[in-house]
Design a protein around this ligand. Structure first.
Ligand code: GLC
Ligand code: GLC
Length: 657
């Protein structure tokens, strides 16, 4: 019997056969005459290529739906209509990117994230900032959510009222399209948010649900009483415990409970309903067709819920994200996904794959950089990254020192235990340290979402304030100021060289301090993350241009690092090996490019001078003469003498082929 099992042909239950049959039926039933001849041909070839996986993935998620065929047909129609809307210049980009899928690995890549209003007032103002972005070297710009959202608190735009409408205070959809083109002409990729775990409670679907339309109530996760919410709450992690306990909000007007992972006004979508998948694909492709190069998959870990679990990182969430990616491959293959999974490192990497998310935030590196600064030790970063940094070679990390959100301590307790560190206690220490409550700390951050039940807490603050500049300025201490500048440059040096797309948060390049003005705004006061989202003022820009200021030192230092990065392919598509230096205060890694170039980066995370034995460099940098890309000196390694690094010093030893 078993010999027949593997025979692929003519097996009616062979999934490839099934998908072929299904597609043939769908194509026979739908009208594609609105596509011109060339488009028709291209669309069919892309569908034929990607439908089998799409079919397979959706079957995994929706196997219990008797009407799946109907939904698949609707989906193909949605894909075709979005394909017909895709502009010629974007189709050209699709071709280019398909031919150069590793574009994000280039040493030219440099990213920034900013809020349109805080950076430039509105989209028209942002157009005028392009020369500034270019001069800084940006090739990637993430605009924080700029869609229509509720007035007052909208979670910084992460409550979307209408994906197809730009927030009127920022401009119009036309302005956004114009900006996308202008950025693209200047070689800057636009990144937009795809907020698909939830909508605002005033989205048209939510309004219909509230008006009693059961079709739209099924777009969300609504319950008539507390029975199911209680069962789910028993195993859920609370994301915003200071907003509300548990993950459900009561709607008195319709006497129902609705699932709200984040704020009460952000209703989680019900992906158990295939109509929701199709509807969101439609919104996603609309965004892709505006001309962005990447979509940031907001809160992607939360999209699938399984009773009795923590409802994060579920297998069906992965199937759905892959299915979204297949749709993108059919209509807008120039666009890549960026994963925003701020979860356990074992789970972060599961989203990273060419057919899932080609890019991913690297929250582990972020957390461990701050850990290294606080402890002045590098054992945990070395231990963790030595087995966690490598990812699929077709994908890239997005390395950042902080973003618009809080900093969570997402390292693995096992990695910590391996070094005799108790993860739970260590997180308490880090929270104390970065909120300035630890004796001797240089950091001035704010606590975020402290959970009274388990003591869990995260930290908010700008790069400069967390790295000690604010305290140093308050104390008017030149020595402390000098140390803070070094810490800021140290962290930036790592994200610029370790491998991946470096992503700055706007204002950090100007060493801007915490902005406490949110405390006077009733819509923001409860959300400490606003402390690290400063308004970019002319004054801040001037300070960074004024010789002698710490802001100037940071800005100039950063620009030097960026310039060095852009000059050498070894900062781009190259492998990374995390090294053990024999000194617990130093972190080091070796990068090797295919052309033979090598870069050895050594970072001293302590405020005291450190030395490491040059002996260990023997095999790494076989030549004695290398270049220090930071000091711009030829660097002669004397293998019999230790290499010395000053407080927080970084050296980049470069070996040409
Ligand atoms: C993401 C965003 C965060 C937001 C949350 C809910 O984590 O980065 O700012 O609060 O999703 O959309
Ligand atoms: C948690 C979530 C993350 C979210 C953040 C917002 O860390 O895991 O997805 O962005 O909270 O504060």
């Amino acid at each position: 019997m078993s010999q027949y099992k593997h025979m692929p042909t003519n097996n009616p239950h062979n999934p490839t056969n099934e998908s072929k049959k299904c597609l043939t039926r769908i194509l026979a039933a739908i009208d594609l005459s609105f596509l011109n001849k060339t488009d028709h041909k291209l669309f069919l070839s892309r569908v034929e290529q990607h439908f089998p996986s799409l079919f397979d993935l959706l079957l995994q998620v929706y196997d219990k739906h008797y009407d799946l065929h109907y939904h698949l047909q609707q989906l193909v129609e949605t894909l075709a209509s979005n394909f017909s809307q895709r502009k010629a210049r974007l189709k050209k980009k699709d071709k280019q990117r398909l031919a150069d899928p590793l574009w994000h690995k280039s040493e030219q890549m440099l990213g920034m994230a900013c809020y349109v209003d805080l950076m430039a007032g509105d989209l028209a103002g942002l157009l005028e900032k392009i020369p500034y972005f270019k001069e800084l070297g940006l090739t990637y710009l993430h605009l924080m959510p700029l869609y229509k959202s509720p007035e007052g608190d909208s979670d910084g735009g992460y409550a979307v009222s209408d994906y197809r409408c730009v927030n009127p205070t920022l401009g119009t959809t036309k302005d956004l399209q114009r900006l996308a083109e202008a950025l693209s002409d200047e070689g800057i990729s636009l990144v937009l948010d795809f907020v698909f775990n939830h909508t605002a409670d005033d989205h048209a679907w939510a309004k219909a649900a509230r008006a009693g339309d059961s079709e739209y109530q099924d777009y969300y996760l609504m319950f008539d009483d507390r029975r199911m919410p209680d069962q789910y709450d028993a195993t859920l992690r609370e994301i915003f415990p200071s907003v509300r306990r548990g993950s459900f909000s009561y709607l008195p007007d319709i006497d129902k409970w609705v699932w709200t992972t984040f704020n009460n006004f952000q209703w989680d979508l019900n992906y158990g309903n295939p109509a929701v998948f199709r509807a969101i694909v439609d919104e996603m492709l609309f965004l892709a067709n505006l001309g962005c190069d990447s979509l940031r998959l907001d809160a992607l870990a939360f999209i699938w819920k399984d009773l009795g679990t923590v409802c994060e990182n579920r297998p069906k969430a992965h199937a759905l994200i892959k299915a979204f990616n297949s749709c993108l491959q059919i209509v807008a293959p120039a666009v890549v996904f960026k994963s925003e999974a701020i979860v356990h490192p074992d789970e972060v990497v599961k989203y990273i794959a060419p057919n899932e998310c080609q890019l991913s935030y690297n929250p582990l590196l972020m957390a461990l950089l701050w850990n290294s600064l606080a402890t002045q030790k590098t054992r945990l970063i070395t231990q963790s990254l030595s087995h966690r940094f490598e990812i699929n070679p077709h994908c890239s990390w997005v390395n950042y020192v902080r973003c618009h959100d809080d900093i969570g301590w997402t390292f693995d307790d096992g990695d910590a235990a391996h070094l005799g560190i108790n993860g739970y206690n260590h997180r308490l220490f880090l929270n104390q340290f970065y909120t300035g409550r630890f004796e001797g700390s240089f950091a001035l951050g704010l606590g975020f979402q402290e959970n009274p039940e388990n003591g869990d807490c995260r930290v908010c603050g700008s790069l400069a304030s967390l790295a000690g500049l604010q305290q140093a300025l308050e104390r008017n201490s030149p020595e402390l100021i000098a140390l803070a500048i070094k810490r800021i440059l140290l962290l930036n040096s790592v994200i610029l060289s370790i491998g991946g797309v470096p992503l700055l948060y706007a204002g950090d390049e100007l060493a801007m301090l915490n902005d406490y003005s949110f405390q006077a705004d009733p819509h923001k006061v409860h959300d400490a993350r606003w402390v690290n989202r400063p308004l970019i003022t002319q004054e801040a820009l001037n300070l960074a241009h004024q010789t002698g200021t710490p802001q100037y030192a940071v800005n100039v230092g950063l620009r030097k690092l960026i310039a060095a990065r852009k000059k050498h392919p070894v900062f781009g598509n190259a492998s990374t090996q995390i090294l053990r230096t024999g000194n617990d205060h130093c972190f080091a890694y070796l990068r090797m490019a295919e052309n033979g170039e090598r870069l050895l980066a050594i970072c001293n995370f302590s405020a005291l001078e450190q030395s490491i034995s040059a002996d260990i460099l023997h095999n790494l940098l076989p030549a004695r003469e290398v270049t220090d890309l930071i000091e711009h000196n030829p660097f002669v390694i004397d293998f019999s003498k230790p290499i010395k690094l000053g407080a927080y010093q970084v050296i980049w030893l470069y070996l040409k082929v």
